[in-house]
Design a protein around this ligand. Structure first.
Ligand SMILES: *Cc1c(COP(=O)(O)O)cnc(C)c1O
Length: 372
């Protein structure tokens, strides 16, 4: 039996060990641990990578979302439209601004936010939309921006799963008014701990986020805005600068593994992820769909294969949101998805043999009649 973990973070770090250690030691030598040299360098490099003017490093992806909403003026009484099918942080960022998340359904084919559902959910209180580039596939940004222009809404890309993905010749991070990225270790670009970054062309917005992350100081000693602490550590920034140079190669490796899964599973009964001709999917996750999800997951587990469920509950059914303010609009697709989706092993260093083994175990499962 082959062992295929859901993710293996050791492989990429083993290869970069010396470079990462050198970056780490350089920070120890300078001891500029908070908002040091590597933070501003990473900000410049990541902004340039995306093709945007500015980037601001923060403590996490969640904080990147929250601080951007705050900087855009989202607050009590406002509504912000989010997909019902996403990581809870997308909605939580709205809640922490004391605004109300409004969940809407996702498309049944590519699982990104349904633009018609956004249009139907807009009210005079709506201030912003947070489209999520789910699993590494950009949302339908042209239609979303057209709608946002019509109603005067702020668009914050949740790009936490889509570092380096393309949409109509532009990278994620340049498609809305601002974008939030997470550097959680297993993301396409991950730190050795927590981190996040906001990307935008809006200088005033970026300056406000710089103040917000640093105790609300517009100038030193004057705490003008909410005195939050949400800084990206210099050590993490130093390590991320090393890793950023490998992001495109890692995304290419993810796409290669995804193409092999798709080839080996075509004609099987599971529903495979779709690609769209307007985008380059970067496969943060490779998510299949089957009504036999739980039995398949169990069968793969018994054959040494790790899987995940992203996510088992739609946002509006999360226990926290059963008790706290949220406006849920009908989301039948999101609700059905949660019971049927399964994330297969995916990381840049996964081997063809491992992908083939996973595919063959899915085929073997399908060959056995399922009861119940
Ligand atoms: C990971 C993730 C976040 C939050 O990132 P953290 O760095 O863990 O706070 C937000 N939204 C989505 C879609 C994510 O996948």
């Amino acid at each position: 039996m082959m062992h295929v973990p859901f993710v293996d973070l050791r492989a990429s770090h083993r290869l970069l060990r010396d470079e990462l250690a050198a970056a780490f030691h350089a920070v120890l030598d300078r001891a500029d641990f908070v908002l040091g040299d590597d933070v501003s360098r990473l900000e410049e490099e990541f902004a340039r990578y995306c093709g945007a003017r500015r980037a601001v490093g923060v403590a996490s992806g969640l904080q990147a979302l929250e601080l951007t909403l705050r900087a855009a003026g989202v607050g009590p009484g406002d509504e912000v439209i989010v997909p019902a099918h996403t990581f809870v942080a997308t909605a939580a960022a709205v809640t922490f601004c004391q605004a109300v998340p409004v969940t809407v359904d996702v498309n049944p084919d590519d699982y990104t936010i349904d633009v018609a559902a956004i249009a139907a959910a807009v009210t005079p209180r709506t201030r912003a939309i947070i489209p999520v580039h789910l699993y590494g596939l950009p949302a339908n940004m042209d239609a979303i921006m057209a709608l946002a222009d019509e109603y005067g809404l702020f668009v914050l890309e949740d790009a936490c799963q889509a570092h380096g993905a393309w949409y109509r010749g532009r990278r994620t991070g340049t498609l809305g008014h601002a974008a939030a990225f997470s550097f959680y270790p297993s993301k396409n670009l991950g730190a050795c701990g927590d981190g996040g970054i906001v990307v935008t062309d809006d200088d005033a917005l970026a300056d406000t986020i710089c103040a917000l992350r640093n105790c609300g100081q517009l100038e030193k000693g004057r705490h003008e805005l909410a005195p939050l602490n949400s800084r990206l550590d210099t050590l993490q920034a130093a390590l991320l600068r090393v890793k950023l140079r490998h992001l495109d190669a890692w995304n290419a490796a993810r796409r290669r593994a995804a193409a092999l899964y798709t080839e080996l599973l075509s004609g099987s009964r599971v529903t495979l992820p779709v690609e769209r001709s307007d985008s380059t999917h970067v496969y943060h996750l490779y998510v299949i769909r089957t009504p036999q999800r739980d039995a398949l997951r169990q069968a793969l587990q018994e054959r040494g294969i790790g899987t995940g469920i992203h996510y088992p509950l739609p946002v509006h059914r999360q226990p926290f949101y059963l008790r706290n303010g949220l406006r849920a609009t009908a989301a039948p697709h999101a609700e059905q998805l949660c019971d049927e989706i399964l994330s297969l092993p995916m990381f840049p260093e996964i081997t063809d043999e491992q992908v083939a083994y996973v595919a063959s175990c899915i085929r073997a499962f399908e060959a056995v009649p399922q009861t119940g």
